[in-house]
Design a protein around this ligand. Sequence first.
Ligand code: SF4
Ligand code: SF4
Length: 650
Amino acid sequence: MTTFNSKNNHARLTINRDAQEMLDRAREDNIPTVWDRLAAQEPQCGYCAMGLSCRNCAMGPCRVDPFGEGPQKGVCGADADIIVARNLGRTIAAGASAHSDHGRDILETFHATAEGKTSGYRIVDHEKLKTLARERGIAIDDRTPNDVAHDLAEAMFEEFGTRKESLDFLARVPKKRRELWQKLGITPRGIDRENVEMLHRTHMGVDNDYVNILLHALRTSLSDGWGGSMIATELSDVMFGTPKPLLSRVNLGTLKADHVNIALHGHNPMLSDVIVQAANDPELVKLAKAKGAAGINLVGLCCTGNELLMRRGIPMAGNHLMQELAIMTGALEAMVVDYQCIMPAVTEVAKCFHTQVISTFDKAKFPGAIHVTFDPNRGIEIGKEIVRRGVEAFANRNPERVRIPVGSMPMMAGFSVEAILAVLGGTPAPLVDAIKQGTIRGAVGVVGCNNPKIPQDYGHVVLTRRLIEKDILVVVTGCAAVANGKAGQMVPEAAEQAGPGLKAVCKALGIPPVLHMGSCVDNSRIITLAAALANYLGVDIDQLPLAGAAPEWYSEKAVSIGAYVVASGIYTVLGVQPPIFGSRNVVKLLADGLEGVVGAKFAVEPDPEKAAVLIRRHIESKRKALGLPHIAPESVRAPEEALHAGWPAS
Ligand code: SF4
Ligand code: SF4
């Protein structure tokens, strides 16, 4: 396999010193990483990159020649527009299904908890339980929390079914937007229904109108954002606590050389939350000490890490591209995985060290891992079993191979919608006033993954820096949040990096200019906040000076997120080119025509400096339309010298 043998290459792969140092080790020990495997794939298939290949049936696989010389239609007669739209629709269905199945898993545990059948779970946030019950007209007076929770769970199971006209959470959406969705025929009716229908429509010989396919793709994504993801977020809050601002730490320096280190990786907080309880078990702590460790240290990776960071302050070892590198510290006794974004490669890297990879969900098995089937009815017992395995693996650690790079960085997290409103004094009024006056120009959600096609964290960090210095509040989720944390943008002192207006607001409130709102499913918090602001002002979401960005996205889930954010009325800039450029019509619709349909559209801009300019122009144009003080959008330009400043040295 090709490996990146030049040390100088590392700055082109990642902007982080901890990752660069681990890449040195990978090179020295000849351990392939995600970057090596990407290099081995190059050149990647151009047809697939443009969305022009189809293998939806056995008459294919087919491809359409983008240069017009080869075939222009698949065997069935599908042209570029149909093939690209079908592929995009299926991608969104896969992403929406991943989020929504996560939501269903949480819901099933919530239901079992309400019936008293689980171990290690309880109803923690009674206020949120009541709010969710009230939203659905479920009686709460003189009833136990478990009874209310039971009825709420039953109502939410209905959201996955097929016999409703719209999802319950749509009550949070401004009336104008709901009417628009109704007019367009994209009101999400049931979570499973929209995903199944997307797969049906994209079977050969069903929906052959690319516009019609894409409209249903939007509906499918809405069933994720205002359905599956929202259920996951809200019920996790009820069971594990609604996040409040807290301080923690981030990067590989959160691993401790003298402790048993256990990393929790994936997305679902159900198992990891009981592991936090198990790691505090006096007997297991005693066992760790008997093995020569000073204690048990839990760290997070990806969105399971974000869930634990937001609610428990568990430190975050890294984001998506750090998962292999965390094992290479030689200090990790166990990597406990649930599902999503866990590279199959981790078990191969683990073979080079003493690390045990422990898989836990029967729907996500990893050859080479130890599998411990998770069962919420025995949650604590299983949590203890897993922690015990990690503690026992400490004896196999070779201290001479331990290499923990750099010190950890402090970061603030825990900004749920409730926490943001609490910081503001219980009402969005101060934020709205600051936006009206122009102290804060607008707000942007910078979200999503890492992708080895972009120097790790470069897109997130540079875009965020350019936005906050122009007085734009940034809210973050997922792996983007970890990038910002590592870059020191998520502590109250980072207010110094913001423009004068945002800086003053942050200093007055004691908050960073970049607010961590949670995991990937918690993008539902961002749209909930956007809807609350719109409702407060009596406008639709698309009228607000808001934007979204996914500078380093890789996942199908990110495509679903981008689609529901745009369908909800928020302009979104992608940093990685999606596979749609084989169809001019699809690109034209998504990057232009959609504006006239849902009031928002996509843009693709890999350079975060230029992406910041696009977003600032958009925000100023929204300010202008609302009659707020604004800078002429067309005059918003990046200073020439700013372009490419901060690009890693070659
Ligand atoms: S659905 Fe059409 S384009 Fe796709 S593989 Fe079958 S014949 Fe080819
Ligand atoms: S942001 Fe992307 S890479 Fe990170 S955990 Fe979420 S989906 Fe996975």
